[in-house]
Design a protein around this ligand. Structure first.
Ligand code: 2AM
Ligand code: CA
Length: 271
Protein backbone atom coordinates (compact mmCIF):
# COMPACT_ATOMS: atom_id res chain seq x y z
CA UNK A 1 0.00 0.00 0.00
CA UNK A 2 1.35 3.49 -0.80
CA UNK A 3 0.69 6.77 0.98
CA UNK A 4 0.63 10.34 -0.37
CA UNK A 5 2.15 11.72 2.87
CA UNK A 6 5.71 13.09 2.52
CA UNK A 7 8.43 10.67 3.61
CA UNK A 8 10.52 11.63 6.62
CA UNK A 9 13.89 10.34 5.45
CA UNK A 10 15.82 12.23 8.15
CA UNK A 11 13.99 10.34 10.89
CA UNK A 12 14.57 7.04 9.10
CA UNK A 13 18.27 7.87 8.64
CA UNK A 14 18.66 8.71 12.32
CA UNK A 15 16.90 5.50 13.38
CA UNK A 16 18.98 3.37 10.98
CA UNK A 17 22.23 4.68 12.50
CA UNK A 18 20.97 4.28 16.04
CA UNK A 19 19.70 0.73 15.56
CA UNK A 20 22.79 -0.40 13.64
CA UNK A 21 24.97 0.72 16.53
CA UNK A 22 22.72 -0.75 19.18
CA UNK A 23 22.49 -4.08 17.37
CA UNK A 24 26.26 -4.08 16.79
CA UNK A 25 26.91 -3.66 20.52
CA UNK A 26 24.50 -6.51 21.30
CA UNK A 27 26.26 -8.54 18.61
CA UNK A 28 29.65 -7.81 20.13
CA UNK A 29 28.43 -9.11 23.50
CA UNK A 30 27.21 -12.33 21.84
CA UNK A 31 30.42 -12.60 19.77
CA UNK A 32 32.53 -12.62 22.93
CA UNK A 33 30.61 -15.66 24.17
CA UNK A 34 30.06 -17.29 20.78
CA UNK A 35 31.02 -20.77 21.95
CA UNK A 36 27.64 -20.85 23.76
CA UNK A 37 25.56 -20.01 20.65
CA UNK A 38 23.40 -22.60 18.94
CA UNK A 39 24.47 -22.82 15.29
CA UNK A 40 22.59 -24.33 12.35
CA UNK A 41 23.84 -25.01 8.84
CA UNK A 42 21.74 -23.69 5.95
CA UNK A 43 21.41 -25.92 2.91
CA UNK A 44 24.00 -28.41 4.13
CA UNK A 45 27.05 -26.14 3.68
CA UNK A 46 29.20 -25.84 6.79
CA UNK A 47 30.15 -22.23 5.95
CA UNK A 48 26.56 -21.10 5.30
CA UNK A 49 25.38 -20.87 8.86
CA UNK A 50 22.93 -19.07 11.07
CA UNK A 51 23.15 -18.68 14.82
CA UNK A 52 20.84 -17.66 17.61
CA UNK A 53 22.64 -14.29 17.48
CA UNK A 54 21.52 -13.64 13.87
CA UNK A 55 17.91 -14.38 14.76
CA UNK A 56 17.91 -12.39 18.00
CA UNK A 57 19.39 -9.30 16.35
CA UNK A 58 17.08 -9.43 13.35
CA UNK A 59 13.99 -9.67 15.56
CA UNK A 60 15.28 -6.70 17.58
CA UNK A 61 15.91 -4.53 14.49
CA UNK A 62 12.69 -5.53 12.75
CA UNK A 63 10.57 -4.83 15.82
CA UNK A 64 12.09 -1.38 16.35
CA UNK A 65 11.90 -0.34 12.68
CA UNK A 66 8.29 -1.40 12.21
CA UNK A 67 7.23 0.10 15.54
CA UNK A 68 8.60 3.47 14.40
CA UNK A 69 7.41 3.17 10.77
CA UNK A 70 4.55 0.64 10.64
CA UNK A 71 3.76 1.59 7.05
CA UNK A 72 7.21 0.50 5.82
CA UNK A 73 8.10 -2.80 4.21
CA UNK A 74 10.85 -5.18 5.28
CA UNK A 75 13.28 -7.73 3.86
CA UNK A 76 15.53 -9.58 6.29
CA UNK A 77 17.94 -12.46 5.86
CA UNK A 78 16.49 -14.46 8.75
CA UNK A 79 12.84 -13.46 9.23
CA UNK A 80 11.61 -12.91 5.67
CA UNK A 81 9.56 -10.17 4.08
CA UNK A 82 6.65 -7.86 4.82
CA UNK A 83 4.78 -5.21 2.79
CA UNK A 84 6.98 -5.24 -0.29
CA UNK A 85 4.60 -2.83 -2.04
CA UNK A 86 5.43 -0.01 0.43
CA UNK A 87 7.38 3.03 -0.85
CA UNK A 88 9.98 2.52 1.90
CA UNK A 89 11.35 -1.02 2.28
CA UNK A 90 14.01 -1.78 4.88
CA UNK A 91 16.56 -4.37 3.75
CA UNK A 92 18.67 -5.64 6.62
CA UNK A 93 21.23 -8.23 7.57
CA UNK A 94 21.58 -8.54 11.36
CA UNK A 95 25.04 -10.09 11.00
CA UNK A 96 26.75 -9.87 7.64
CA UNK A 97 29.78 -12.12 7.82
CA UNK A 98 28.18 -14.80 9.98
CA UNK A 99 30.86 -17.38 9.17
CA UNK A 100 33.53 -14.90 10.34
CA UNK A 101 31.50 -14.12 13.47
CA UNK A 102 31.28 -17.79 14.41
CA UNK A 103 34.95 -18.51 13.71
CA UNK A 104 36.26 -15.58 15.74
CA UNK A 105 37.24 -13.37 12.80
CA UNK A 106 36.49 -9.68 13.25
CA UNK A 107 35.00 -9.15 9.75
CA UNK A 108 31.30 -8.89 10.49
CA UNK A 109 28.83 -6.05 10.81
CA UNK A 110 25.18 -5.07 11.13
CA UNK A 111 23.75 -3.77 7.85
CA UNK A 112 20.57 -1.68 7.67
CA UNK A 113 19.51 -0.33 4.29
CA UNK A 114 16.41 1.43 3.03
CA UNK A 115 14.94 1.34 -0.46
CA UNK A 116 12.75 4.27 -1.44
CA UNK A 117 10.69 3.55 -4.55
CA UNK A 118 13.04 0.64 -5.25
CA UNK A 119 16.28 2.67 -5.06
CA UNK A 120 18.89 2.38 -2.23
CA UNK A 121 18.41 5.64 -0.32
CA UNK A 122 19.81 5.16 3.21
CA UNK A 123 22.47 2.90 4.65
CA UNK A 124 24.03 2.21 8.04
CA UNK A 125 26.76 -0.43 8.39
CA UNK A 126 28.09 -0.84 11.94
CA UNK A 127 31.39 -2.63 12.61
CA UNK A 128 31.82 -2.78 16.40
CA UNK A 129 35.20 -4.53 16.29
CA UNK A 130 36.78 -1.53 14.59
CA UNK A 131 34.53 1.19 16.06
CA UNK A 132 33.35 2.16 12.60
CA UNK A 133 29.87 3.22 11.57
CA UNK A 134 29.52 3.69 7.81
CA UNK A 135 26.40 5.70 7.11
CA UNK A 136 24.80 7.96 4.58
CA UNK A 137 22.13 8.34 2.02
CA UNK A 138 20.51 10.37 -0.68
CA UNK A 139 21.00 14.03 0.24
CA UNK A 140 22.94 13.17 3.42
CA UNK A 141 26.39 12.38 2.01
CA UNK A 142 28.36 9.27 3.01
CA UNK A 143 30.50 8.96 6.12
CA UNK A 144 32.57 6.68 8.29
CA UNK A 145 31.94 7.99 11.80
CA UNK A 146 32.34 11.74 11.10
CA UNK A 147 34.71 11.46 8.13
CA UNK A 148 33.38 11.83 4.56
CA UNK A 149 33.68 8.88 2.19
CA UNK A 150 35.13 9.14 -1.29
CA UNK A 151 35.87 6.32 -3.72
CA UNK A 152 39.39 5.82 -5.05
CA UNK A 153 40.59 8.02 -7.92
CA UNK A 154 42.67 5.12 -9.33
CA UNK A 155 42.44 4.27 -13.01
CA UNK A 156 44.62 1.12 -12.93
CA UNK A 157 43.89 -2.18 -11.15
CA UNK A 158 47.54 -2.36 -10.10
CA UNK A 159 46.94 0.65 -7.83
CA UNK A 160 45.09 -1.29 -5.13
CA UNK A 161 43.00 -4.28 -4.07
CA UNK A 162 39.73 -5.65 -5.40
CA UNK A 163 37.25 -7.32 -3.05
CA UNK A 164 35.84 -10.63 -4.32
CA UNK A 165 33.46 -13.35 -3.19
CA UNK A 166 31.64 -16.39 -4.46
CA UNK A 167 29.58 -19.28 -3.26
CA UNK A 168 30.57 -22.89 -3.94
CA UNK A 169 30.03 -24.69 -7.23
CA UNK A 170 27.53 -22.23 -8.72
CA UNK A 171 29.98 -19.38 -8.50
CA UNK A 172 33.03 -21.23 -9.74
CA UNK A 173 32.06 -21.07 -13.41
CA UNK A 174 32.42 -17.27 -13.45
CA UNK A 175 34.80 -16.78 -10.55
CA UNK A 176 37.83 -18.76 -11.68
CA UNK A 177 38.12 -17.19 -15.17
CA UNK A 178 37.65 -13.77 -13.58
CA UNK A 179 40.44 -14.32 -11.06
CA UNK A 180 42.77 -15.42 -13.85
CA UNK A 181 42.15 -12.22 -15.78
CA UNK A 182 42.52 -10.06 -12.69
CA UNK A 183 45.92 -11.55 -11.91
CA UNK A 184 46.99 -11.28 -15.57
CA UNK A 185 46.19 -7.56 -15.40
CA UNK A 186 48.43 -7.15 -12.36
CA UNK A 187 45.50 -6.83 -9.95
CA UNK A 188 45.12 -8.50 -6.55
CA UNK A 189 42.09 -9.74 -4.62
CA UNK A 190 40.85 -9.73 -1.03
CA UNK A 191 37.90 -11.63 0.47
CA UNK A 192 36.93 -10.62 3.97
CA UNK A 193 33.60 -12.51 4.18
CA UNK A 194 31.24 -9.54 4.56
CA UNK A 195 29.64 -8.06 1.45
CA UNK A 196 28.38 -5.03 3.39
CA UNK A 197 31.84 -4.18 4.70
CA UNK A 198 33.54 -4.71 1.36
CA UNK A 199 31.00 -2.39 -0.29
CA UNK A 200 31.61 0.21 2.43
CA UNK A 201 35.35 -0.14 1.83
CA UNK A 202 34.84 0.64 -1.86
CA UNK A 203 32.85 3.74 -0.87
CA UNK A 204 35.74 4.67 1.45
CA UNK A 205 38.38 4.23 -1.26
CA UNK A 206 40.05 1.37 0.64
CA UNK A 207 39.17 -1.13 -2.11
CA UNK A 208 39.11 -0.24 -5.81
CA UNK A 209 36.01 -2.35 -6.30
CA UNK A 210 34.20 -5.51 -5.24
CA UNK A 211 32.83 -8.38 -7.34
CA UNK A 212 30.62 -11.20 -6.04
CA UNK A 213 29.29 -13.89 -8.39
CA UNK A 214 25.89 -13.79 -6.64
CA UNK A 215 25.10 -11.60 -3.66
CA UNK A 216 21.90 -11.20 -1.65
CA UNK A 217 20.16 -7.85 -1.28
CA UNK A 218 20.47 -7.75 2.52
CA UNK A 219 24.26 -7.94 2.11
CA UNK A 220 24.46 -4.82 -0.06
CA UNK A 221 21.49 -2.41 -0.09
CA UNK A 222 22.93 -0.36 2.79
CA UNK A 223 26.33 -0.24 1.09
CA UNK A 224 24.81 0.75 -2.23
CA UNK A 225 23.26 3.81 -0.61
CA UNK A 226 26.73 4.84 0.61
CA UNK A 227 28.32 4.12 -2.74
CA UNK A 228 25.91 6.37 -4.58
CA UNK A 229 26.95 9.28 -2.35
CA UNK A 230 30.70 8.64 -2.58
CA UNK A 231 31.13 8.64 -6.35
CA UNK A 232 31.09 4.87 -7.01
CA UNK A 233 29.50 2.89 -9.82
CA UNK A 234 27.44 -0.30 -9.56
CA UNK A 235 25.76 -2.77 -11.90
CA UNK A 236 21.99 -3.16 -12.11
CA UNK A 237 21.94 -5.46 -9.10
CA UNK A 238 18.25 -5.12 -8.21
CA UNK A 239 16.97 -6.10 -11.67
CA UNK A 240 14.52 -8.97 -11.96
CA UNK A 241 14.05 -10.75 -8.64
CA UNK A 242 17.36 -9.44 -7.24
CA UNK A 243 15.70 -8.10 -4.10
CA UNK A 244 14.60 -11.56 -3.00
CA UNK A 245 16.99 -13.95 -4.76
CA UNK A 246 20.16 -11.95 -5.42
CA UNK A 247 22.20 -11.28 -8.55
CA UNK A 248 25.81 -10.91 -9.68
CA UNK A 249 27.23 -7.80 -8.06
CA UNK A 250 29.90 -5.27 -9.01
CA UNK A 251 30.75 -1.97 -7.35
CA UNK A 252 33.87 0.01 -8.19
CA UNK A 253 35.43 3.41 -8.50
CA UNK A 254 34.73 4.95 -11.93
CA UNK A 255 38.36 4.59 -13.07
CA UNK A 256 38.35 0.77 -13.01
CA UNK A 257 34.65 -0.16 -13.29
CA UNK A 258 34.60 -0.79 -17.05
CA UNK A 259 37.81 -2.82 -16.94
CA UNK A 260 36.47 -5.11 -14.20
CA UNK A 261 33.05 -5.43 -15.88
CA UNK A 262 34.78 -6.53 -19.10
CA UNK A 263 36.66 -9.24 -17.17
CA UNK A 264 33.39 -10.58 -15.74
CA UNK A 265 31.65 -10.54 -19.10
CA UNK A 266 27.93 -10.78 -19.93
CA UNK A 267 27.00 -12.81 -16.83
CA UNK A 268 27.23 -9.58 -14.81
CA UNK A 269 24.01 -8.15 -16.20
CA UNK A 270 22.43 -11.20 -17.82
CA UNK A 271 18.75 -11.89 -17.13
P1 2AM B 1 26.31 -13.63 5.35
O1 2AM B 1 27.50 -13.68 6.22
O2 2AM B 1 25.28 -12.71 5.85
O3 2AM B 1 25.76 -15.01 5.08
C1 2AM B 1 30.80 -12.54 1.41
O4 2AM B 1 31.34 -12.98 0.23
C2 2AM B 1 29.31 -12.58 1.44
O5 2AM B 1 28.77 -13.84 1.12
C3 2AM B 1 28.76 -12.22 2.78
O6 2AM B 1 28.05 -11.02 2.66
C4 2AM B 1 27.89 -13.41 3.19
O7 2AM B 1 26.72 -13.04 3.89
C5 2AM B 1 27.54 -13.93 1.83
N1 2AM B 1 26.96 -15.26 1.73
C6 2AM B 1 27.04 -16.30 2.59
N2 2AM B 1 26.34 -17.34 2.12
C7 2AM B 1 25.81 -16.96 0.92
C8 2AM B 1 24.97 -17.58 -0.07
N3 2AM B 1 24.52 -18.80 0.09
N4 2AM B 1 24.63 -16.88 -1.17
C9 2AM B 1 25.08 -15.63 -1.33
N5 2AM B 1 25.86 -14.98 -0.43
C10 2AM B 1 26.22 -15.64 0.69
CA1 CA C 1 23.69 -12.66 7.70
Amino acid sequence: MTSAAPLDLSARYQLARHLAQQAAQRGLHLYRQREHLTVESKGGFSQDVVSAADRELEVFIRTELLAAFPEDGFVGEETGTARLDARCVWVIDPIDGTACFLHGLHNWCVSIGLLVDGVPAIGAVADPNHDELFHGGRGFGAWVNDQPLQVSSATDLRAGLLGVGTFYANGKQHFMPFLGQLLDAGGMFLRNGSGALMTAYVAAGRLLGYYETCLKSWDCVAGLALLAESGGRCNNFLRGDGLLNGNPYLVACPGVYDQVAAMIGPSLDAD
